[in-house]
Design a protein around this ligand. Sequence first.
Ligand SMILES: [Ca+2]
Ligand SMILES: [Ca+2]
Length: 82
Amino acid sequence: MFGSGGWNDALGDARAEAVIIEYEGVVNECIEDLDGDGVVGGADLTLLLSSWNTQGTGDINGDGNTDGADLTLLLSKWGLCS
Ligand SMILES: [Ca+2]
Ligand SMILES: [Ca+2]
């Protein structure tokens, strides 16, 4: 919890605490994240569009062509991969 004038904990005793978050295993959990940065966003859209009508990076559903179906899949996962 953020208090005025600095960081403190939820109990309000003004002690600083650290939280360590570790990620293990697979970071990229969605195939729509074409560049593997953990977010489905503009960079992935660019990759998809650059392979439009080809069996390229943007062929998310693996049907052999990058088209509107793949675009729909990408847009449906827009944001953080989870
Ligand atoms: Ca991405
Ligand atoms: Ca496809």
